[in-house]
Design a protein around this ligand. Structure first.
Ligand code: BGP
Length: 489
């Protein structure tokens, strides 16, 4: 059967992980600007200054002393400040995407370029111009932008002074931000995603053993505000341009399988899936909280103030398309385990049937077909896989080549899985592998964890020419796109 004629092949990035230019063009400070680099074993830190002027670093938000303010501090390395300098090199990068034959390019807008502190009445013209120029450049090559409105990137001012998304006030500020960009880029952008991996916040409690209960309650609250903000954005988008297609974006791979066929493991997996994935996706696709939400709120003693207006907003702002990130799967069990795995926001017991990357993420192409059928079966709306890929160490040879056969094998297997899902009948519209050009890793802040078809000469400490090189996967993916997914070898 193969891929549909208009299948959207492309690649994905996010502003903070690739743009750099952190203090240029009137950009405000974002929460991601105060994150240092880490490694697989060393965490990324958030840096701060306390009321006495003493500086410090914390692994997570809740380790920061109450009287401290997050800040950029001399002597620390912040990998997002320059990232891969897409801010100045976007023309060169887009030309390379065009050379591969991209039909779509997923990127995000940094809120701080449009409203530096998030609270201004008027947008920052230099920021608006930057993205307009990027969109015009994409248009030159007939590449559709797919724009994430918030990709792990909030104005620091809002975090520090308003408490971030815990504060209902952010819904209004987000209204202004979305209204501005929808109006400004009408005619240039058609595909929008509201929040990147909106459900991820509910998984943080599984990642840190000392995650405080109070924080869990706040997470449900901030998520409610984001659901409402997202729904209002969807409605507004359709009012501004009825041809806009707006999607939700879910971290879609986590905890797919029960480790054993013990029914207790099956039930545990089901409830983990509800909490981690369906709680969020149901609200955004169906426009109301699912039947099991009450049970989850009771479990964590969460009391949400859901107004009549909120319910109406959620109902009126259901998404047109479901998108998700898919890297790996994990397992869930009620039994004792000895071997655990890593993964994109999900850890847990190792699956004996899968192999694992250097960062401990499982390689599970069948899981992609499985999840596509699960999501499509549940929601029956068009789907896009907007992140997928293998983070690996690449070697730049003396002649400028990069032989990344492991990446080709990974992507190939996932394309085959999508083909099978299409054959199963899933309405899959597009595929944008993550980090189509090497960029800074979100979890570790490293450069050496590379996903790209394009190599960027920069190391973990920020050294390198920033020159771009085509990897073997670049030529391979070009062939895949040209043959609409037929030529995979
Ligand atoms: C997702 C994020 C991306 C991205 C990706 C890969 O969770 O949406 O921003 O970075 O994971 O993760 P990492 O960069 O940690 O390898």
């Amino acid at each position: 059967m193969g891929f549909p004629k208009n299948f959207l092949w492309g690649g994905a990035t996010a502003a903070n992980q690739c743009e750099g230019g952190w203090n240029e063009g009137g950009k405000g400070l974002a929460d991601s600007d105060v994150k240092t680099s880490g490694t697989l074993t060393e965490p990324r830190y958030i840096t701060y200054i306390d009321a006495e002027g003493k500086t410090g670093k914390a692994v997570s938000e809740y380790d920061i002393p109450a009287n401290a303010k997050k800040a950029v501090i001399d002597g620390y390395y912040y990998p997002y400040h320059e990232a891969i300098d897409f801010y100045h090199r976007y023309k060169e990068d887009i030309a390379l995407f065009a050379e591969m034959g991209f039909k779509i390019f997923r990127m995000s807008i940094a809120w701080t370029r449009i409203f530096p502190n998030g609270i201004e009445e008027k947008p920052n013209q230099a920021g608006l111009d930057f993205y307009r120029n990027v969109f015009l450049e994409l248009k030159k090559y007939g590449i559709e932008p797919l724009v994430t409105i918030q990709h792990y990137d909030v104005p620091l001012y809002l975090e520090e002074n308003l408490g971030g998304w815990k504060n209902r006030e952010l819904i209004k500020l987000f209204d202004r931000y979305t209204e501005t960009i929808f109006t400004e880029y009408k005619g240039l952008v058609k595909y929008w995603l509201t929040f990147n991996e909106i459900n991820s916040v509910l998984m943080f409690k599984n990642l840190f053993s000392n995650y405080p209960m109070e924080k869990v309650k706040e997470d449900f609250l901030l998520l409610h505000h984001q659901f409402v903000a997202s729904a209002r954005a969807v409605k507004r988008a359709h009012e501004i341009d009825p041809t806009f297609l707006v999607g939700c974006m879910i971290a879609g791979g986590p905890s797919t399988y029960p480790l054993t066929c013990d029914p207790k493991d099956v039930i545990a997996t089901q409830s983990r899936l509800r909490e981690n994935i369906y709680y969020a996706a149901d609200v955004m696709v169906r426009g109301e909280y699912p039947y099991f939400a009450e049970h989850i709120w009771k479990k964590y003693d969460v009391k949400l103030d859901i107004t009549e207006q909120d319910r109406e907003d959620l109902k009126n702002g259901t998404v047109d398309i479901l998108t998700y990130s898919y890297y790996s799967t994990s397992c869930c069990t009620t039994h004792e385990v000895t071997e655990t795995a890593g993964g994109n926001l999900n850890m847990g017991p190792k699956n004996p049937y899968l192999s694992y990357s250097e960062w401990g993420w499982s390689f599970d192409a069948d899981g992609l077909r499985y999840s596509l059928n699960e999501y499509y079966g549940r929601y029956q709306i068009p789907i896009m896989v907007v992140e997928n890929g293998l983070g690996a160490i690449d070697t730049l040879e003396n002649d400028g080549s990069i032989h990344d056969n492991y990446r080709i094998e990974y992507i190939k297997a996932h394309i085959k899985a999508m083909d099978q899902a299409l054959e199963d009948g899933v309405d899959l519209r597009g595929y944008t592998p993550w980090g189509c050009i090497d960029l800074v890793s979100a979890s570790t802040g490293e450069m050496k964890k590379r996903y790209g078809f394009i190599y960027v000469d920069k190391d973990n400490n920020g050294n390198g020419t920033l020159d771009r090189y085509r990897k073997d996967s670049f030529y391979w993916y070009k062939k895949v796109i040209a043959s609409n997914g037929e030529e995979l070898d």
